[in-house]
Design a protein around this ligand. Structure first.
Ligand SMILES: [Zn+2]
Length: 112
Protein backbone atom coordinates (compact mmCIF):
# COMPACT_ATOMS: atom_id res chain seq x y z
CA UNK A 1 0.00 0.00 0.00
CA UNK A 2 1.18 3.47 -0.80
CA UNK A 3 2.15 5.66 2.12
CA UNK A 4 -0.62 8.14 2.74
CA UNK A 5 0.39 11.66 1.87
CA UNK A 6 -0.89 13.39 4.98
CA UNK A 7 -0.11 16.89 3.78
CA UNK A 8 -2.10 16.32 0.62
CA UNK A 9 -5.03 14.87 2.58
CA UNK A 10 -4.93 17.75 5.08
CA UNK A 11 -4.98 20.29 2.25
CA UNK A 12 -7.91 18.49 0.59
CA UNK A 13 -9.85 18.38 3.86
CA UNK A 14 -9.41 22.13 4.46
CA UNK A 15 -10.68 22.94 0.95
CA UNK A 16 -13.51 20.39 0.77
CA UNK A 17 -17.19 21.30 0.99
CA UNK A 18 -18.84 20.39 4.27
CA UNK A 19 -21.28 18.21 2.31
CA UNK A 20 -18.42 16.25 0.77
CA UNK A 21 -16.74 15.74 4.15
CA UNK A 22 -20.06 14.57 5.59
CA UNK A 23 -20.41 12.03 2.77
CA UNK A 24 -16.89 10.77 3.27
CA UNK A 25 -17.25 10.15 7.02
CA UNK A 26 -20.62 8.42 6.51
CA UNK A 27 -21.59 6.70 3.24
CA UNK A 28 -18.02 6.60 1.88
CA UNK A 29 -16.47 5.61 5.22
CA UNK A 30 -15.76 2.01 4.15
CA UNK A 31 -12.19 1.75 2.86
CA UNK A 32 -11.23 5.24 4.03
CA UNK A 33 -7.91 5.53 5.88
CA UNK A 34 -8.45 5.97 9.66
CA UNK A 35 -5.99 8.89 9.65
CA UNK A 36 -7.93 10.61 6.87
CA UNK A 37 -11.19 10.02 8.75
CA UNK A 38 -9.68 11.62 11.87
CA UNK A 39 -8.66 14.67 9.85
CA UNK A 40 -12.13 14.98 8.31
CA UNK A 41 -13.92 14.58 11.62
CA UNK A 42 -11.65 17.15 13.22
CA UNK A 43 -12.36 19.57 10.36
CA UNK A 44 -16.14 19.04 10.66
CA UNK A 45 -15.82 19.66 14.39
CA UNK A 46 -13.91 22.88 13.67
CA UNK A 47 -16.76 23.97 11.36
CA UNK A 48 -19.25 23.41 14.16
CA UNK A 49 -20.76 20.21 12.75
CA UNK A 50 -21.81 17.99 15.67
CA UNK A 51 -21.91 14.19 15.96
CA UNK A 52 -25.67 14.36 15.77
CA UNK A 53 -25.50 16.46 12.55
CA UNK A 54 -23.28 13.72 11.11
CA UNK A 55 -25.72 11.00 12.20
CA UNK A 56 -28.64 12.96 10.65
CA UNK A 57 -26.73 13.31 7.38
CA UNK A 58 -26.04 9.56 7.36
CA UNK A 59 -29.73 8.71 7.93
CA UNK A 60 -30.82 11.13 5.20
CA UNK A 61 -28.30 9.75 2.69
CA UNK A 62 -29.17 6.13 3.46
CA UNK A 63 -32.82 6.81 2.73
CA UNK A 64 -32.10 7.79 -0.88
CA UNK A 65 -28.61 6.60 -1.82
CA UNK A 66 -27.98 3.37 -3.74
CA UNK A 67 -25.95 1.27 -1.32
CA UNK A 68 -23.36 -1.29 -2.38
CA UNK A 69 -23.03 -4.69 -0.65
CA UNK A 70 -20.21 -3.34 1.57
CA UNK A 71 -22.56 -0.67 2.92
CA UNK A 72 -20.94 2.23 1.09
CA UNK A 73 -22.82 4.38 -1.38
CA UNK A 74 -22.63 4.16 -5.15
CA UNK A 75 -21.04 7.36 -6.44
CA UNK A 76 -22.62 9.65 -9.04
CA UNK A 77 -20.89 9.41 -12.45
CA UNK A 78 -20.77 13.19 -12.69
CA UNK A 79 -19.65 14.31 -9.23
CA UNK A 80 -18.69 12.93 -5.81
CA UNK A 81 -22.21 12.83 -4.33
CA UNK A 82 -23.94 9.49 -3.67
CA UNK A 83 -26.10 8.33 -6.57
CA UNK A 84 -29.87 8.07 -6.07
CA UNK A 85 -30.88 6.64 -9.47
CA UNK A 86 -29.37 4.49 -12.22
CA UNK A 87 -30.52 5.20 -15.74
CA UNK A 88 -29.54 4.40 -19.28
CA UNK A 89 -27.88 7.17 -21.22
CA UNK A 90 -25.52 7.63 -24.14
CA UNK A 91 -21.80 7.61 -23.71
CA UNK A 92 -20.78 10.55 -25.89
CA UNK A 93 -17.49 10.84 -27.71
CA UNK A 94 -15.99 14.30 -27.18
CA UNK A 95 -19.16 15.13 -25.26
CA UNK A 96 -21.16 15.27 -28.51
CA UNK A 97 -21.56 12.09 -30.57
CA UNK A 98 -23.59 9.31 -28.96
CA UNK A 99 -21.38 6.20 -29.14
CA UNK A 100 -22.96 3.48 -27.02
CA UNK A 101 -25.58 3.29 -24.28
CA UNK A 102 -24.38 3.04 -20.70
CA UNK A 103 -26.01 2.92 -17.29
CA UNK A 104 -25.19 6.12 -15.45
CA UNK A 105 -25.46 6.56 -11.71
CA UNK A 106 -26.87 9.98 -10.90
CA UNK A 107 -27.13 11.98 -7.66
CA UNK A 108 -29.95 14.37 -6.73
CA UNK A 109 -28.28 17.21 -8.64
CA UNK A 110 -27.64 15.15 -11.79
CA UNK A 111 -30.88 13.18 -11.67
CA UNK A 112 -32.55 15.21 -14.41
ZN1 LIG B 1 -23.83 14.19 -9.31
Amino acid sequence: MLALDLKRVAAFVREADTEELLDRVTVYRVGMEPVALDLMEAELDRRGVTRSDIADHHIERRQRAILLPDGSALRCNFCVRPAVVRRWGWHRAFGVLPVFPLVFARCEKHEK
